[in-house]
Design a protein around this ligand. Sequence first.
Ligand code: ITT
Length: 208
Amino acid sequence: MKIVLATRNRHKVDEIRQILKIYLDGDLYSQIEILDLDNFPAVPEIEEDGKTFVENALKKAKTVYEFTGLCSIADDSGIEVDFLNGEPGIYSARYAGENATDEGNNRKLLKLLEGVPIEKRTATFRCALAYVDGNIEKVFEGATKGKVIFEPRGMGGFGYDPLFVPDGYELTYAEMPKDLKNRISHRSKALQKFAEFLRTYLESKNKF
Ligand code: ITT
């Protein structure tokens, strides 16, 4: 079974591959071949005009399914900061503007939180993971709560990782070993649900 990862974010591709290895045992993992958009350079840019992570994830997975004819999974994700009424949310990738960098987004977030004490810096990372093939459209969601600290810490990960300390930990997502982020993250929780679905789906297909 071929599955296309419908994302142009290299960091997401790497994480999704690593996380699927955690949740699909060797036998199941060997039944799937994971492709990404590098294999399909002609897939057009997809406008993310949905109002929710779920809408955007479905749109990305459907577009790539229609283009490739292969099962597709798409990840729409971001961080919701309570003090900012849920911002940047679905606008996380381009918070500081159309061509924003991770550093620019982090700077903007820190500026908007200037003077806000740690107990009011609560935030939730969310991931909606959409799976689309010719018959099925499904979305799996994951969320991880934590706090936005006062300055970036750590070299790992991407996006807002250097600013986010998940509840129950002292390290930011960017400071912790990759394997730990991949076990506790919003993306990990969504992919765990997807892996459950895929296991049942492949087992039922193998019966026939
Ligand atoms: P695709 O649409 O091609 O998948 P994208 O980066 O534009 O790539 P999104 O629209 O879903 O993807 O935006 C996700 C943004 O949310 C991402 O660029 C980061 O800024 C942030 N984000 C999501 N997951 C994250 C994570 O695990 N760590 C840090 N930041 C994350």
